[in-house]
Design a protein around this ligand. Structure first.
Ligand code: FES
Length: 249
């Protein structure tokens, strides 16, 4: 395998949410295969800056695949072609010399484009806020064994808690549904005894907020699970529906 790549990039450029966007074309030469996708964009941005062109805006923070800040669509797939991988952890060795890469922002009505590849995902924050609190006593650190939880139960809750809120699920759903994200955030609390007290209120408020933010209904395509960098299961959605039905009844 070549250790350097020549690439053609088609990048969505848009000055603001009100402006009209379009693809801009860039050629990149000798891109090292061992750098990440974001580092490749960093190199492109340095070149653009030298040429007096506004660099491409994109989100990133940890660059370790744990914060959920990064995210855009590469050749039609949210976070690109590698399974369970965020764009900050996607390395250029997964592409071939001469590839054309089409890079565009997550597109969904509740995710307004801020600039270029940056979208506003604050609707996710408002869904979490609607979930409220859990009834855990504050004060001194509680005895670790005061509420016994089985290993299976803990691991099940942790699998849901692994959601990093990147929004790839929304971007890949034909209905721009926020069901995978919302259900993961509901499940990671309701699967534990500490989160059961307000479970009914939580699911009602979070689903209501999800709907009012403009997310569509779950389309049952399971594309969200396929692109999720953390492998969040759609079984969370079934659990959310069951809890919602229970709370309504
Ligand atoms: S920058 Fe944190 S997950 Fe990608």
């Amino acid at each position: 395998m070549a250790d350097k790549l020549n690439l053609q990039l088609q990048v969505w450029r848009q000055d603001s949410s009100e402006a009209t966007g379009e693809f801009h074309y860039y050629s990149m030469k000798d891109v090292p295969v061992d750098i990440s996708f974001l580092e490749m964009l960093d190199i492109l941005n340095e070149d653009l800056t030298k040429d007096g062109i506004m660099p491409i805006s994109f989100d990133s923070d940890c660059r370790e695949g744990i914060c959920g800040t990064c995210g855009f669509v590469i050749n039609g797939i949210a976070h690109g072609p590698e399974k369970k991988t965020t764009v900050c952890q996607l390395h250029m060795r997964h592409f071939k010399d001469g590839d054309t890469l089409v890079i565009e922002p997550f597109r969904a009505t509740p995710f307004k484009i801020v600039r270029d590849l940056v979208v506003d995902r604050s609707s996710f924050d408002r869904i979490i806020q609607a979930g409220g609190f859990i009834s855990a006593n504050t004060g001194n650190a509680p005895d670790a064994n005061s509420i016994l939880i089985s290993k299976d139960q803990v691991e099940d809750a942790f699998d849901s808690a692994a959601c990093i809120g990147c929004g790839a699920c929304v971007a890949s759903c034909p209905n721009a549904s926020g069901a995978l994200f919302t259900s993961a955030k509901i499940s990671h609390l309701s699967k534990l005894p500490q989160g059961k007290v307000e479970a009914s209120e939580r699911v009602t408020n979070m689903v209501k907020t999800m709907d009012s933010e403009g997310f569509g209904s779950c389309s049952n395509h399971a594309e969200c699970e396929a692109v999720c960098p953390k492998g969040i299961s759609i079984s969370n959605i079934a659990l959310m529906r069951k809890s919602l039905l229970k709370s309504i009844i």
